[in-house]
Design a binder for this molecule. Structure first.
Ligand code: ZN
Length: 286
């Protein structure tokens, strides 16, 4: 499915579709399987750096897996950095693409986002834009600015941005950050700001940097109209923490022995998120 149709059902029914970032096929397969088990609609998110790591030849396999899935799936190009990158996403069969020009001046963000949306829409691919900036907590985090420099999304400007660009969903900056929070830092979402934005702009809103935020805040954000939440760090931490434990046995050699426990640990966290976002069972609404 494209992102627009996938998220429209979430918007009508007050749940959020998890967008899980995957960096290899085995992780992706694990995410498909847990989503199918819980009957949850799914976005497979792949960041350009992850595309490079996977290799472009692996992308058709992921698209093929989506076609065979028993739940609705969109394949989403996460944080597209240019018009040309989004063309690439379209060529590879992605059904949803983000153009992230949030670091540019407002008029420049509008111009590039509109150009992307006009092109993507001609072939039925939906587009997510971003207004305001999302934080970056550590060097491995995918994108963003220092947390002290976060610009929150301005509700009035968001309305103008969506009207002028024609995007299908909007990533909002309400206090989340990519990566993992250091122990001394307590994340806090501006839920009142989220509410203001949604009242003026009833399209699906997107939360990036959703790892590490308290569950009750995320749950409230879903009820207030967030319809897609990106989860990357949390599933990857679960995967690799478990893998480090497994690898303590230095005699192990075969990936098919080493990876399954790590995938199971990742699925456990993915399942928690699916329930937190109220997405379990929602595949039946499509
Ligand atoms: Zn992001």
């Amino acid at each position: 499915m494209n992102g627009k149709d996938l998220l429209a059902v979430a918007n009508e029914n007050y749940f959020a579709v998890p967008a899980f970032n995957i960096s290899d096929y085995a992780m992706g397969k694990g995410i498909f399987e847990i989503s199918e088990k819980l009957r949850a609609p799914l976005m497979i998110a792949i960041h350009p750096d992850e595309v490079a790591h996977l290799g472009r030849d692996a992308l058709p396999a992921i698209v093929q897996r989506a076609h065979r899935s028993s739940v609705p799936v969109a394949i989403h190009w996460d944080h597209g950095g240019s018009y040309e990158q989004v063309l690439e996403a379209i060529q590879y069969g992605f059904t949803s693409a983000m153009i992230d020009a949030s670091m540019l001046a407002f008029e420049d963000n509008v111009a590039i986002t509109k150009r992307v949306a006009d092109t993507a829409h001609t072939v039925g691919v939906s587009v997510e834009g971003e207004l305001g900036t999302i934080g970056k907590l550590d060097e491995q985090a995918e994108d963003g600015v220092a947390v002290s420099e976060i610009t929150y999304t301005d509700p009035q400007q968001a309305v103008e941005y969506v009207e002028r660009t024609g995007i299908d969903s909007l990533a909002v900056a309400i206090g989340t950050a990519h990566g993992l929070y250091p122990k001394h830092m307590k994340p806090e979402l501006k839920l009142d700001l989220l509410q203001q934005i949604k009242e003026l702009l009833p399209i699906p809103l997107v939360l990036h940097g959703g790892s590490g935020n308290p569950d009750d805040e995320i749950g409230q954000a879903v009820k207030l109209g967030v319809n897609k939440i990106n989860i990357s760090s949390d599933i990857k931490v679960a995967y690799h923490d478990r893998m480090r434990e497994v690898l303590a046995d230095t005699t192990l050699r075969e990936p098919l022995v080493i990876q399954p426990p790590a995938i199971a640990a990742m699925q456990e966290v993915a399942a928690q998120k699916i329930h937190l976002f109220d997405a379990a069972g929602k595949a039946d609404l499509y």
